[in-house]
Design a protein around this ligand. Structure first.
Ligand code: UFG
Length: 342
């Protein structure tokens, strides 16, 4: 394995991690996956192997465990780490803040610590559009001020961004990129990998697909009295394969030594705001089915609208979202049917 062409993926059995593994391999990289399987399944790694026809080095390791993590750094040569491994449910983080701070921050600090100890160069961090909160101007650019986090989950993203910025400044050999994801949805066109939420989904599209599959009785639309064109919230839904390709572009930028600063941030979205009702009607149209839904009160903490200005990612990463919402919502349904054996 060429160390400059090898990427360690923490959380690589997860939703975004598994899709990113596929696209990295397609682009000529070798990957090593670590995951503690706390919210993922080893079947995702098998899915990556099926899609790519490659055997993937995979270790069940918790990035919060410094001894186990050190073993990975001793065993494999890689210049780049993509750190996905984290808890991600906003509501759960309100109930269990310490669990979120411990898991998301300890794991991240362990990774950065190992990178510095072992002189590994590049770290790509999964951040979130949640750092923008209720932005004063839309769409948001990377220099739109972050708002105080409204959940411990969101706070872990802000703190980890700051840790990365400070460590890149302090450690000559370390380079960092934070990708701020908007709303990742959809699945690989093969339907061999996709999102596998445990229990009742918090996010819109898994709830939509589970309702279509008859697992949920009725979808709740959280509020139709927002100051938006149809009264429902606006989000920037980014196809997970497009998102995975943004990681490849960011890894290329790091390994080709093209970064302009030692720490950089990019928005990863489509730039197109889509309302909850638009998403539902698009899902119904492209999959030719009817979705039972009702309007319910607003969900506390939801911002009325957020979408990305993607100019920086377009120009600097040479990356642009390509898949249409129609295709993405087709892939989401194809995946749900595959999982349920429908
Ligand atoms: N929604 C519903 N019904 C549902 C679920 C969601 O109407 O059953 C609505 C929400 O109110 C919101 C939209 O669908 O308007 C999207 O909600 P999601 O939960 O899918 O996504 P969020 O925008 O709330 O959150 C996502 C990620 C977070 C991340 C955030 C960044 O889940 O991790 O984007 O903006 F922090």
């Amino acid at each position: 394995m060429d160390s400059n062409k090898t990427v360690l993926i923490s959380g690589g059995a997860g939703y975004i991690g598994s899709h990113t593994a596929v696209e990295l391999i397609n682009a000529g990289y070798d990957v090593v996956i670590i995951d503690n399987l706390s919210n993922s399944d080893a079947a995702a790694v098998e899915g990556v192997e099926k899609i790519t026809g490659r055997k993937i080095p995979f270790e069940i390791v918790d990035t919060c465990d410094p001894v186990a993590l050190k073993g990975v750094f001793e065993k494999y040569e890689f210049e780049t780490v993509i750190h996905f491994a984290a808890y991600k449910a906003v509501g759960e983080s309100m109930d269990k803040p310490l669990m979120y701070y411990q898991n998301n921050l300890v794991s991240f600090m362990n990774i950065v610590e190992m990178m510095m100890q072992f002189n590994r160069r590049n770290i790509l961090f999964s951040s979130s559009a949640t750092v923008y909160g209720e932005a004063e101007t839309l769409p948001v650019t990377e220099s739109t001020p972050r708002q105080p986090a409204t959940s411990p989950y969101g706070n872990t993203k802000q703190i980890a961004e700051d840790i990365l910025r400070d460590c890149c400044r302090a450690c000559a050999g370390l380079h960092g990129i934070a990708l701020r994801y908007f709303n990742p949805i959809g699945a690989h066109p093969s339907a061999l990998i996709g999102e596998l939420p445990r229990g009742v989904p918090n996010n819109l599209v898994p709830f939509v697909t589970q309702t279509a599959a008859g697992i949920r009785e009725c979808l709740s639309v959280f509020g139709d009295d927002y100051d938006t064109p149809d009264g429902t919230c606006l989000r920037d839904y980014i196809d997970v394969v497009d998102l995975a390709k943004a990681h490849v572009a960011a890894v290329n930028r790091m390994t080709d030594d093209k970064m302009k600063e030692k720490y950089e941030i990019f928005n990863v979205g489509t730039g197109n705001p889509v309302s909850v009702l638009e998403l539902i009607t698009t899902f119904e149209r492209v999959n030719d089915l009817k979705l039972p839904y009702k309007i319910t009160p607003r969900r506390p903490g939801d911002v009325p609208a957020v979408w990305a200005d993607t100019t920086l990612a377009n120009e600097e990463l040479g990356w642009k979202a390509e898949r249409s919402l129609d295709d993405t919502l087709r892939s989401a349904w194809k995946w749900e049917k595959h999982v349920r054996g429908l």
